[in-house]
Every structure is written in C-alpha cells, then in structure tokens.
Write a protein that binds this ligand. Structure first.
Ligand SMILES: Nc1ncnc2c1ncn2[C@@H]1O[C@H](COP(=O)(O)OP(=O)(O)OP(=O)(O)O)[C@@H](O)[C@H]1O
Ligand SMILES: [Mg+2]
Length: 252
C-alpha cells in the first residue's frame, strides 16, 4: 500500500502541490488528469524524489519517508520501490534494448549478469519485442522504444509504476501498441499511477481517477463517477473542453 500525506512543493513561492493526501492500494490503477501546469508531473516526480518536495511523508509498504528528515538510505529505498516511464522514453542510446532492461537489474538490484539477461529477455518478450532485443533505440520506432521503457520498468518489480504521459510523444498510429502494453501490465495486477490525456483509455483501464487542479486533488472516484458525474465545476469544464476538442466520433 502507498500512503502519501501532506505532500507539498513550491517553485519560487508558487505552490505546485498543496498538501496532497493519497492512498493507493495494491493493484490499483490510478489515473491523474488535469490541465497543463496542474502539478501532475510534479506529483509523480515527488513520489520517487526526482523532485524533492518541501514537506510530506511517503509510505510504501513498510518504508516510511518523512521528506524533511530523509536519509540517503530512505531515498535509495524509495527509488527502488518505484519505476517511472517518461514521455520521452529516456533509454540509453548507446545500449541495446536488452542492455537497457538489464541495466537497473545489475546496477540497482545487484542481480548477476546472466540472470539479469534472462529476466530482461523475458520482459521484452512480454511486451512483444523478442525479435528486437539486440536493436539500439535509434533502430526502433517510438512505440517500440516506449515498450522497451515499460519492460525496463516492469523488470524492476517496483511497488508502484509511475507513467507520465507515456504516449504523448508518439505518432498517433503508435499510441495503440503502447496503451495495449500498459493495459496488459494493469491486468497483471501491477500498481500504477498514470498521468494521461487519453481519456478513453483512462475510462477503460483505470480503477480510480483523480482530477488535479492547482496542486489540489479536487476529484477522486471511479472512472464512471468522475467522467459521468463530476462534482467540481473545474472538472466539468476540463472534460467539456477535452471532448469538444476531440474528433466527433470520440466525443461522448
Ligand atoms: N523545475 C521547475 N522549476 C520551476 N517551476 C517548475 C518546475 N517544474 C514545474 N514547475 C512549474 O510547476 C507547475 C506544475 O508543473 P507540472 O509539470 O507538474 O504540470 P503538469 O500538470 O505536469 O503539466 P503538463 O500537462 O503540461 O505536463 C507549472 O507551473 C510549472 O511551470
Ligand atoms: Mg506534465
């Protein structure tokens, strides 16, 4: 279980996260939606301390980290408990798909090379890339690169997977294969926190949806509750704008 309490972050007096409280149960697929600048990326980045919050506590199973009193060991443990998939894939360019997936297993988890290789090959097979294990990122499509990034995250067996707009850098025809990969990982019981603008996907795959507005969670419910019966005006407005901008066949 993941418990976040009082998570707060400001950039130059601008409060980007305002005392966020959030509990995520094992197996939950929590989608975070909200306007640009709402604090979605900052929330994800604060959970693995890529961004250091000003205050708050983050509890992941038996590990409790009070931000203001964190030790180096806490930070390392927190990073080991999480894995992030970025919009821009962030693969090592000079490493093959297989080596990209092996890296964290060897360096962070201290798994022997041969075993890491086996695990990595297995994960790449699960995301449908068995035939591309020895390819370098530049030899792969954006969708394939993102699937390598997902395989790399899954290989670490994190307590929570963090996805920050994993499909928004992709050409439209490549979005589907990445969403299918995320859906499969969700169905396999992985706990996830996902920032996405793919509302149809969020509706189908998320077990819970949060609407973040100016650093505050103003809506928290099932996809049906949030999309069909939003409570706050800001959520209603956001969804109305979103669907107005969609192609007519996707509009609700
Ligand atoms: N490193 C930083 N330094 C200063 N301000 C920052 C920094 N990172 C984020 N911000 C500011 O914090 C606010 C929230 O940013 P964040 O990236 O979390 O928004 P977001 O909801 O992910 O937006 P988007 O949908 O555009 O990705 C923005 O106003 C942004 O300018
Ligand atoms: Mg963002």
């Amino acid at each position: 279980m993941i418990e976040i309490r009082g998570l707060t972050k400001s950039f130059h007096k601008h409060k980007v996260l305002d005392h966020i409280d959030l509990t995520i149960q094992k197996g939950d697929v929590v989608a975070v939606i909200g306007s640009s600048g709402a604090g979605k990326s900052t929330l994800l980045r604060s959970i693995n301390l890529l961004e250091v919050p000003d205050e708050g506590t983050i509890k992941i199973d038996e590990l409790t980290v009070d931000i203001t009193r964190r030790s180096k060991a806490d930070v390392l443990e927190l990073r080991k408990s999480t894995a992030m998939v970025f919009q821009q894939f962030n693969l090592f360019r000079q490493k093959t798909a297989l080596e990209n997936v092996m890296e964290g297993l060897i360096v962070v988890k201290k798994i022997p090379k041969e075993q890491a290789c086996q695990i990595a090959a297995g994960q790449l097979a699960r995301v449908g890339l068995s035939d591309k294990v020895h390819y370098y990122p530049k030899q792969l499509s954006g969708g394939q690169q993102q699937r390598v990034a997902i395989a790399r995250a899954l290989a670490m067996q994190p307590k929570i997977l963090l996805f920050d707009e994993p499909t928004s850098a992709l050409d439209p025809e490549l979005v589907g294969e990445v969403l299918d990969t995320i859906k499969k990982a969700a169905e396999e019981g992985n706990t996830m926190l996902l920032v996405s603008h793919e509302m149809n996907f969020v509706r189908k795959v998320a077990t819970r949806v949060l609407f973040l507005d100016q650093g505050v969670i103003v809506e928290d419910g099932t996809p049906n509750e949030v999309f069909s019966k939003p409570k706050s005006e800001r959520t209603k407005q956001f969804l109305a704008n979103y669907y107005r901008d969609q192609e007519p066949e996707f509009a609700i």
